[in-house]
Design a protein around this ligand. Structure first.
Ligand code: SF4
Length: 221
């Protein structure tokens, strides 16, 4: 099959972005963090290998016990571990959340930093969570390469490898900077509703109808 030129791929990415915007106009973050950057950081860390729905449930109790960065910095670790147990990998997640809260309190006056470099110095924070913060909180260009983004980008032929850094770097020049954070939120909703992991519903997919997905016939098998 003839390789798609970068120009054509960029035009297709713009059409995909527009189709997803039309289907999911509000593009809300699936994590219910109430606009508090520190809460989004905590929820982002808990969401690794866990569903957003479970994180939302767990955090209702968690934030009633530890409502902010200062309270979490003083958290009793066994209590914290018990509260986040059902999110999995709970010992590491609990330690990370307490440790980065201490660091935010002591080094950043309790504020979540607004650069990739600074965010990556926080315990347990990788590029995915950092991009979530940059996009959602600071409205900077950000590709959040989560499981939905990786799977769907590969099916759409926008990316070739299921590697988060590859996906982030490949999508960055393809998706308009103003749209990138919302684009990733829309992929989450789209990945749950239509382009699901096990049985994508290609027959009702707006991207198939527009001829925008080269994997449609494969995914139908
Ligand atoms: S056509 Fe199928 S594989 Fe392609 S994006 Fe739509 S649901 Fe996913």
């Amino acid at each position: 099959m003839k390789k798609e030129s970068e120009k054509k791929k960029k035009a297709r990415a713009a059409a995909i972005t527009a189709a997803l915007r039309a289907r999911y106009p509000t593009a809300e973050c699936a994590l219910e963090y109430g606009g508090d950057p520190w809460r989004l950081l905590v929820m982002g860390r808990l969401s690794a290998q866990c569903t957003d729905a479970r994180v939302n449930t767990v955090c209702r109790t968690l934030f009633s016990v530890y409502p902010d960065c200062n309270a979490m910095a003083e958290a009793d670790l066994p209590t914290l571990e018990r509260l986040v147990y059902s999110c999995g990998v709970y010992k590491v997640k609990a330690a990370n959340i307490r440790d980065f809260s201490v660091m935010l309190r002591d080094c950043y006056a309790g504020c979540v930093p607004d650069t990739m470099e600074a965010l990556l110095t926080l315990p347990g924070v990788g590029r995915k969570i950092a991009n979530l913060i940059l996009g959602d909180v600071y409205h900077k260009p950000a590709i959040v390469a989560d499981t939905h983004c990786i799977r769907i980008s590969c099916r759409l032929g926008l990316c070739e490898k299921r590697d988060p850094v590859h996906v982030e770097k490949t999508l960055t020049p393809l998706i308009s900077p103003e749209e990138s954070a919302d684009f990733c939120h829309r992929l989450v909703w789209f990945g749950r509703e239509i382009c699901t992991a096990r049985a994508p519903r290609c027959g009702e997919c707006p991207l198939r109808a527009g001829g925008l997905c080269p994997s449609a016939h494969v995914a139908d098998d």
